[in-house]
Write a protein that binds this ligand. Structure first.
Ligand code: CA
Length: 364
């Protein structure tokens, strides 16, 4: 009996490193510290899609490795278990433990959540991370999701996106009128007020919609992802910059009850691994976008163009109105928006004399 207690104590103290026996034996000896968990994670992405979908595959693989198999997560692409845009509800009601997607897909349900993905003309990737991790943004996000029984974690960011693919030239604000474009989040509302018709489609449906003419234009992500789904074969004009998504952050959401069931060390592994995915994705997109853009620039049937300044100015004016209205009608958006724009004001002064000034010197 004494020996058995000693062995159990040793297993508990050293975790799996001190346990070479099958899982059931280890669990019996080590108690709670070797309890295993099998979770399901639903996503808004096509399965194993480069960047977005692979990030969550990597998340699961890293968590399993870091936890020595104690937390296993099975990933489902959008539509495999629940539709791409029902991730929030599925995790909230506990149908699955985890989800990966973008908080601006919950527009109409939790309008204020859009601030945590991207706002048109808002924070870029580095600034958003500064706000979330160090500037109080994540605390506001957790507070917003609490009534939904959800814990959000920043988990990936694509960096500044492209303005999108258009089947006609955009020379003035009149060219936006009547334009049917796939564009989610606040950007879609801005386009609507500019006279266009915003459409929300999951990534898997964009190519066919553009190719068949069901939509006239689409934004998706940037060169790396857009080439993967073949958008360069469905439209000629590729406009920049992605005013609508200057650095969208992705989210990993965890059902609160499932989160509370994890021991503290597994919680730490999940939290740290989510942050590692944000770093990893930035590197993947920096590399992948540069390679894919080169291919597009070398393709004679594609024209990569900047939006005319007049168009950008007009979209920016509408954005100011749309954001003011959102903050006026939604108390949560008012609170989060105030914090967001105060942060932006401060961050921009610094960004202007650092990144922006540096890029300017390198170019000249
Ligand atoms: Ca996008």
């Amino acid at each position: 009996m004494k020996r058995r207690e000693f062995v159990g104590g040793l297993a508990a103290a050293t975790g799996l490193a001190g346990c070479a026996k099958p899982q059931a034996d280890c669990a019996a000896q080590g108690g709670e510290s070797v309890q295993t968990f099998a979770w399901s994670c639903v996503t808004s992405w096509p399965p194993k899609f480069p960047g977005l979908g692979m990030a969550v595959e990597n998340l699961a693989e890293r968590i399993e490795r870091a936890s020595a198999g104690r937390l296993k997560i099975k990933i489902y692409g959008g539509g495999e278990l629940v539709p791409a845009f029902e991730v929030f509800d599925a995790v909230s009601r506990g149908a699955v433990e985890m989800g990966h997607g973008a908080s601006y897909y919950h527009r109409g349900k939790v309008d204020a959540a859009q601030f945590f993905t991207a706002m048109p003309f808002g924070l870029n990737r580095a600034e958003l991370e500064g706000w979330l991790y160090y500037g109080g943004g994540l605390e506001l996000w957790r507070e917003l999701y609490e009534p939904f029984n959800l814990m959000p974690f920043p988990c990936g960011n694509t960096g500044v996106q492209m303005g999108g693919w258009f089947n006609k030239e955009i020379n003035s604000i009149d060219d936006l009128k009547g334009l049917k474009m796939r564009i989610p989040g606040m950007g879609g509302e801005v386009l609507r007020r500019a006279g266009g018709t915003p459409v929300i489609l999951p990534g898997a449906e964009i190519f066919t919609s553009l190719q068949t003419g069901a939509i006239d234009a689409t934004e998706w992500v940037g060169p790396y992802n857009d080439v993967t789904i073949g958008l360069h074969k469905a439209a000629k004009y590729y406009y920049y910059p992605g005013w609508q998504e200057p650095g969208p952050g992705l989210e990993c959401i965890i059902n609160r009850t499932a989160w509370d069931s994890l021991p503290a060390d597994l919680q730490a592994i999940v939290e740290i691994t989510c942050q590692s995915i944000t770093t990893d994705m930035a590197a993947e997109y920096t590399n992948g976008n540069a390679i894919a853009l080169q291919q597009l620039l070398n393709n004679p049937s594609i024209e990569v163009r900047a939006f005319p300044e007049q168009v950008i100015r007009h979209l920016k004016e509408i954005t100011t109105e749309v954001v003011a209205e959102l903050m006026a009608r939604d108390p949560a958006a008012a609170k989060i928006g105030k914090a967001y724009y105060e942060y932006l004001e401060r961050a921009e002064v610094n960004s202007r004399i650092s990144e922006q000034a540096y890029f300017h010197t390198r170019k000249n």
